[in-house]
Ligand binder design. Structure first.
Ligand SMILES: [Zn+2]
Ligand SMILES: [Zn+2]
Length: 514
């Protein structure tokens, strides 16, 4: 499972500290020079630190460009109309991502008749230019896949010489909207299984990541599903656990209630969830404690959540979207390197936030009363996406949470405060018999932290909690908000998204020694 490799990596921070100190000194020296030089030196040293050390890197894996085209159906075959659906060039998206503090992005145009050629011949060369023009933002190639028998999803392609051909191979053979004339056999669950089998046959370093988008946007009601179902998630994840790794917890289109002048449109639905609404900006599949997500985690599945912009047209230009990074961020703890970012996304070393409520979230789960270093060396300590194995006797598990609530204003000019952090825990009981299962009755909020329960040190907030006598395989995850809602309420039409902010961590699993 690569855990040895991971352990070796953890030894590195000693070296890394030295690098950090040296870099800081260099920055100091430059500070005596002119302002421009000072800023430049600071930026390049920060870039260096990020390249050599795992830090929390903000990103967005769901961004449309002008190569999400419209179609002129009067011709045969239909002719793509550039900027017919989303309007911005790829380089503009990258510039905006940089402006809003993102380290990595992915361009994800969606398909249509022979769109695989549009991605290969038009979008990809533009991406290569954007990589040169905005090198500070790592830019993956991918697409918003028209998933056979399901809704949209991310296909994130590992950066490499063949990346455009890899995507072309998948899109042209399996995207349900690619064939012209339309081929109904593409829109079946077995075609999606064929697609995953095809991806599994690629070289390991060419295998994409697949993430379901706006998973219950097409659902009509509470606890109902639309195009995406729990069975499909389970089938995909069973077959390709390193490819099909999760879903958007928070969908994009969160500016749907913002008019171009910043006033609220009383009809706007967050996420464009026009049937059953989002909850605190999150999809019901992720937002409900003990719901679908917890059902998946209760099987011990590595099924992660992310948050994206789904940017097509910005709200200032009359659209329903925020720029990449303007509102939602997916943070991955990794070195600023394409491969390391993808590896850590696969590993679930990920948290998500809206409105820049937080910008770091380190969670350590530790068994016994041993010192952190001893626990780590024995493998008795775990962080996001990892599994802690409780050693023998003492079954107490300590959870330490350290988050950063930044003082800097967010993109709306606000400095939202974390009001509460919830520690959520559920049991891992193994594979469900009913593949449509979408509940985990064991999952509960086990501790609600407020100001009186934590220690504040500048922008950092730290809190600790001991789970006593953990006797069952379990997982924990975290959630926090700037609101007073104990559980995220359904979002009314016309809600100002900036007032209702949440962050979610991915889980840490706890295994009891048998
Ligand atoms: Zn979509
Ligand atoms: Zn989209």
């Amino acid at each position: 499972m690569g855990s040895m490799k991971k352990k070796f990596k953890k030894v590195l921070p000693l070296v890394a500290t030295t690098v950090l100190a040296t870099t800081a000194l260099t920055t100091q020296t430059f500070f005596t020079d002119g302002q421009a030089q000072k800023v430049e030196a600071k930026e390049s040293s920060m870039e260096q630190v990020k390249q050599n050390n795992p830090t929390w890197l903000a990103g967005d894996h769901h961004i449309h460009s002008e190569w999400s085209v419209g179609w002129d159906n009067t011709t045969n075959p239909p002719t793509p109309i550039r900027a017919g659906d989303a309007i911005y060039p790829i380089v503009k998206n990258a510039e905006k991502a940089k402006e809003y503090g993102l380290d990595w992005v992915m361009t994800t145009d969606h398909g249509g008749p022979n769109h695989s050629k549009v991605n290969l011949e038009q979008a990809y060369p533009e991406l290569l230019k954007a990589r040169e023009e905005v090198p500070e933002v790592l830019q993956f190639f991918g697409m918003e896949f028209d998933t056979p028998a399901a809704d949209h999803s991310t296909l994130m392609i590992p950066k490499g010489e063949n990346e455009s051909e890899i995507l072309y191979g998948i899109e042209s053979q399996f995207n349900k909207r690619d064939p012209y004339p339309n081929d109904g056999s593409r829109d079946t669950e077995s075609t999606m299984i064929d697609a995953l089998n095809y991806m599994l046959k690629l070289d390991k370093d060419q295998q994409p990541i697949h993430i379901a988008h706006h998973p219950s946007r097409s659902a009509k009601g509470d606890g109902e599903w639309g195009q995406d179902t729990p069975e499909e998630f389970r089938n995909w994840n069973d077959l390709a656990p390193n490819i099909s790794i999760g879903m958007e917890g928070a969908p994009g289109h969160q500016a749907a209630a913002l008019n171009p002048d910043g006033t609220l449109d009383t009809k706007g639905a967050r996420g464009s969830y026009g049937n059953y609404p989002t909850m605190g900006g999150f999809d019901q599949m992720a937002a409900k404690v003990g719901g679908l997500w917890d059902s998946m985690l209760g099987e011990g599945r590595h099924w992660w959540i992310t948050a994206t912009s789904d940017s097509h047209v910005n709200w200032r230009d009359g659209g329903s979207d925020f720029w990449p990074g303007e509102y939602a961020k997916t943070y991955i703890k990794a070195e600023k390197d394409y491969k390391d970012i993808m590896d850590n996304l696969r590993n679930g070393n990920v948290f998500v936030t809206t409105g820049d409520l937080i910008s770091e979230l380190d969670v350590k789960v530790q068994a016994g009363g041993k010192s952190p270093l001893f626990a780590k060396s024995k493998g008795n300590s775990a962080s996001l996406g990892e599994t802690l194995t409780i050693p023998g006797k003492s079954k107490d598990v300590t959870v330490t949470i350290r988050l950063k609530d930044p003082e800097a204003a967010n993109s709306n000019g606000d400095t939202p405060q974390v009001k509460r952090v919830d520690l959520i825990m559920g049991e891992v009981t193994g594979a469900v018999n009913d593949r449509s299962s979408a509940t985990n009755p064991t999952t509960k909020v086990v501790k609600r932290f407020t100001e009186k329960d934590w220690k504040q040190d500048g922008e950092y907030i730290e809190m600790t909690y001991t789970l006593e006598n953990v006797e069952k395989d379990s997982y924990i995850r975290l959630r926090g908000t700037n609101t007073d809602q104990l559980e995220p309420a359904v979002d009314p039409r016309g809600e100002d998204p900036w007032t209702d902010l949440w962050f979610y961590s991915n889980p840490v699993f706890i295994k009891t020694a048998k």
